[in-house]
Design a protein around this ligand. Structure first.
Ligand code: COA
Length: 368
């Protein structure tokens, strides 16, 4: 409808290229392959920090590498909800439901506080672990306050305390997954917060957004490809065949990063430093070298480098998670970023309410 005032204004489908806010939490620099949280390089944060320290950095702006956060208790009402879910429930649906039920048990007045962010971030790993056990017919395990959040999550999931290398590898995954700018789920959390709704609603909405296949990456597809490769000696032939068939190699290339994804680099460093590398990691490290060489040979015109998913997959498999838990585990990691964005939005809030261009029929009379 050409007489709508909005028709004169530029419209960008998907809001692509539109600056929809300001943040001091992270800087995603695709050209130079940099990811900074509050100015600090992701590689340095992985090398010297833990997930609780990074979450605290995002929430407060303060760098305290000794900051600790254990997994939280599950309120009885939430546990009752988790027990009521069918075993066939998708883990993302279970996590979203748990966060929503948690919100119903809390007093969450406006504005949201760091304590709310901390409480929700520590609750969710316990909830996902409890759901995973319940669906397998096992009883949930109480949080162990002596374990840090990621080790505690693994303990509550599997019933045994993880070794230091395993906990460290998953912790690195949580750090690189904790924040990544104005992606769709983060934007959702900020829109919900902008109405002065509560932090549980914002995170439940964000989980619902992250559930869509266009949002997250493809770590389970990386697992599929690695299992097709099977062993390092088959890597070269498999990679060449796949590219000759016109297939894409999962875990390579990125819309934003034109250089090596700094999150993949940080995960690879942790993986290589593991004392007992799980077979999955060993295979991935060997396949990556072959894939980068063959991609450079076949596509000399464009920089196709490793992306975060390539290492997310073997780390998640290596620590013993089943692929159907990958998206929900990614959501656990993103709690730090989501809740930090909730706090940032609330601190300088303006209702997010863009315009829409009306393209329907012109004004008309109802049919007689
Ligand atoms: C991430 C991705 C979707 C980015 O897509 P994009 O921005 O359209 O990609 P580019 O513009 O850089 O390059 C497109 C070309 O490069 C090549 N290319 C890009 N990624 C490739 C890959 N992983 N394997 C092989 N070739 C690839 C293709 O020739 C493609 O040309 P085509 O469209 O004619 O097939 C893409 O690289 C991809 O599909 N990667 C594999 C899936 C994956 O790892 N996803 C997780 C991302 S975090």
């Amino acid at each position: 409808m050409t007489d709508a005032p909005t028709a004169q204004r530029p419209y960008s489908p998907g809001l692509e290229g539109v600056i929809a806010g300001e943040t001091s939490l992270s800087f995603v620099d695709g050209e130079r392959g940099r990811l900074l949280y509050r100015g600090y390089r992701i590689g340095d944060l992985v090398a010297h920090g833990t997930y609780p320290a990074i979450a605290n950095l995002l929430w407060t702006g303060d760098w305290d590498p000794t900051h600790r956060l254990a997994t939280g208790q599950i309120p009885p009402a939430v546990m009752a909800v988790l027990r009521a879910l069918p075993a066939t429930t998708k883990p993302m649906d279970a996590l979203r439901t748990a966060v929503s039920a948690w919100g119903a048990t809390q007093d969450l007045p406006w504005p949201p506080t760091i304590e709310h962010a901390r409480a929700l971030t520590s609750f969710s790993p316990s909830a996902l672990a409890a759901f995973a056990r319940l669906r397998a017919g096992d009883e949930p395990i109480e949080p162990d306050p002596s374990l840090d959040l990621v080790g505690g999550f693994l303990y509550q999931l599997k019933g045994e305390r993880p070794d230091a290398g395993t906990a460290r590898a998953l912790d690195a995954y949580f750090i690189v997954g904790s924040e990544h700018g104005f992606n769709a789920s983060t934007f959702t959390a900020r829109v919900i917060t902008s109405t002065r709704s509560d932090i549980a609603s914002a995170v439940a909405g964000a989980i619902g957004t992250m559930k869509g296949p266009l949002h997250g990456g493809a770590p389970s597809e990386v697992v599929d490809q690695l299992s097709q490769v099977g062993s390092a000696e088959h890597a070269e032939a498999w990679v060449r065949d796949a590219l000759d068939r016109g297939e894409r190699l999962m875990g390579f290339g990125h819309r934003v990063y034109r250089a090596y994804d700094p999150r993949a680099a940080a995960l690879r460093t942790v993986a290589e430093g593991m004392e007992h590398r799980p077979d999955w990691l060993e295979l991935a490290i060997q396949v990556e070298d072959v894939a980068l060489r063959v991609l450079a040979e076949k596509h000399p015109e464009r920089a196709l480098k490793t992306n975060v998913e390539f290492y997310a997959a073997p780390v998640l498999m290596g620590v013993g998670l089943t692929p159907d838990l990958f998206p929900a585990t990614c959501s656990l990691a993103r709690h730090a970023g989501w809740t930090a964005h909730v706090l940032e939005q609330a601190a300088d809030n303006r209702l997010i309410r863009p315009d829409v261009n009306y393209v329907g029929p012109a004004e008309r009379d109802l049919p007689a």
